[in-house]
Design a protein around this ligand. Structure first.
Ligand SMILES: *[C@@H]1O[C@H](CO)[C@@H](O)[C@H](O)[C@H]1NC(C)=O
Ligand SMILES: *[C@@H]1O[C@H](CO)[C@@H](O)[C@H](O)[C@H]1NC(C)=O
Length: 191
């Protein structure tokens, strides 16, 4: 294309352009990438814990209907799976018969709490699994004996929200996120 002398200059210019590109733009691309990571970190730490707790309480209060972690994608089942998988119970620590479950449909409308057969869900009892929770010992669920069931879930969800989980995924359950994300969250973490 070029006469030989011009050819050398031509190649030299191409080298210079590539070199300048590499020196200037590649670091810029990395800086951009780090900025994205920083933004994510900041968002993850900026979970509003007061709001998170109140969303959790509202979700339990409105949706907890049964202590059966049925194989469906209702919020009630999700809570039971959370209790079993993360070895926790309710939102606050359960200290007595007055606890977070008192005003849920499970206690007020239907369910073994409303029938007074249980005070806390069987899924809250220590060492139960998805397959054997229904034979949880009655001293654990029929009355409230601290030490026989797991601590509240709030502190744990708070930790999860710091450890790399997108706030929306944590808060999801608590209905701040579109429902498809809610399902995705449970599908990923609770099966
Ligand atoms: C349960 O007891 C703990 C420690 O004794 C206390 O910090 C907490 O506030 C109590 N929770 C409720 C819901 O009463
Ligand atoms: C449920 O299964 C687990 C693991 O196999 C066991 O440790 C636990 O004691 C069982 N609980 C009940 C109530 O049967």
């Amino acid at each position: 294309m070029w006469p030989s002398e011009n050819k050398k200059i031509g190649f030299l210019s191409i080298y210079i352009v590539v070199f300048v590109f590499a020196v200037i733009f590649i670091p810029l691309i990395f800086m951009q990438y780090n900025n994205i990571n920083d933004t994510k970190k900041i968002t993850a730490h900026r979970v509003d814990y007061r709001r998170l707790k109140s969303e959790m309480l509202q979700s339990l209060d409105k949706h907890f209907k049964s202590d059966d972690p049925k194989n469906d994608k209702t919020i009630s089942s999700g809570w039971n799976k959370l209790f079993i998988q993360y070895k926790c119970c309710a939102v606050h620590d359960v200290n007595g018969t007055t606890n977070d479950f008192g005003t849920t449909p499970w206690c007020t409308t239907s369910g073994s709490c409303q029938e007074t057969a249980s005070q806390i869900p069987k899924t809250c009892c220590k060492d139960v699994t998805l397959t054997n929770y229904s034979s949880a010992p009655s001293p654990c669920h029929a009355s409230v004996h601290p030490g026989t069931y797991n601590p509240g879930c709030f502190e744990l969800v708070k930790l999860l929200s710091v450890a790399n989980v997108e706030p929306c995924q944590v808060i999801m359950l608590f209905s701040l996120c579109p429902s498809w994300q809610y399902y995705r969250y449970w599908t990923l973490s609770l099966q």
